[in-house]
Design a protein around this ligand. Structure first.
Ligand SMILES: Cc1cc2nc3c(=O)[nH]c(=O)nc-3n(C[C@H](O)[C@H](O)[C@H](O)COP(=O)(O)O)c2cc1C
Length: 185
């Protein structure tokens, strides 16, 4: 059984988080382990048409991000990769500087030290120098950074199509086969 850890933080881009959680939920032989920051809950309320409860329902296991005694806190708990989507600049900075102030930052730190896949879907615009330096720091430490930029070469007709295409690209990054992305031939 594959295990994917998905962390949702308080940046704009909740449609990506919902789309990703749904796609991961629908994959047989895969457990979705979910971490939602306090600020993410606030952003979900402000920008999403879907509820926090709907997001949590996609998960095999939900974690309290103040609980450092739960499984994702330990390198001995094996999983197949962590995605942070969307990732705020605040969480990016905490992870970049090793500040393990909540379970999301701790679990990301564990991925880096254990050399496991860590994919960070950042969302802010424009970037200032500290954001870029934090991204550089994390790439050097082994993470992958994927800006939440939808593509247009697939000629999306709706927001949903844009989100779905991008969700497929995220799954590609963590090695999960999918047919969500229209592939360039
Ligand atoms: C509606 C809303 C949208 C936000 N969008 C962003 C964003 O796109 N990027 C970002 O870095 N912060 C954004 N923020 C600010 C973060 O929520 C804030 O920095 C928070 O401390 C992040 O905490 P977290 O990473 O623990 O969730 C937004 C806040 C609100 C209320």
């Amino acid at each position: 059984m594959k295990k994917i850890l998905l962390a949702v933080t308080g940046a704009s881009g909740m449609p990506y988080a919902f789309s990703l959680a749904k796609a991961l939920h629908e994959i047989k032989e895969l457990e979705l382990h979910l971490l939602v920051s306090h600020n993410a809950k606030d952003v979900i309320e402000k920008e999403s048409t879907e509820s926090l409860e709907a997001l949590l329902a996609y998960a095999h296991t939900n974690y309290d991000i103040t609980d450092f005694a739960s499984a994702p806190s330990s390198g001995s708990w094996l999983h197949d990769g962590m995605i942070i989507c969307p990732c705020s600049m605040a969480s990016l900075a905490s992870i970049s500087h090793g500040c393990q102030t909540n379970l999301i930052h701790r679990a990301a730190d564990v991925c880096l030290k254990e050399r496991r896949k860590l994919l960070i879907v950042v969302r802010e615009t424009p970037f200032q120098l500290i954001h870029v330096q934090n991204m550089q720091n994390l790439i050097l430490a082994g993470a992958s950074i994927m800006p939440a930029c939808p593509s247009f070469y697939n000629q999306p007709k709706t927001i949903d199509e844009m989100v779905t295409q991008f969700t497929g690209r995220i799954l590609d990054q963590v090695g999960i086969e999918n047919t969500l992305t229209k592939r360039w031939k």
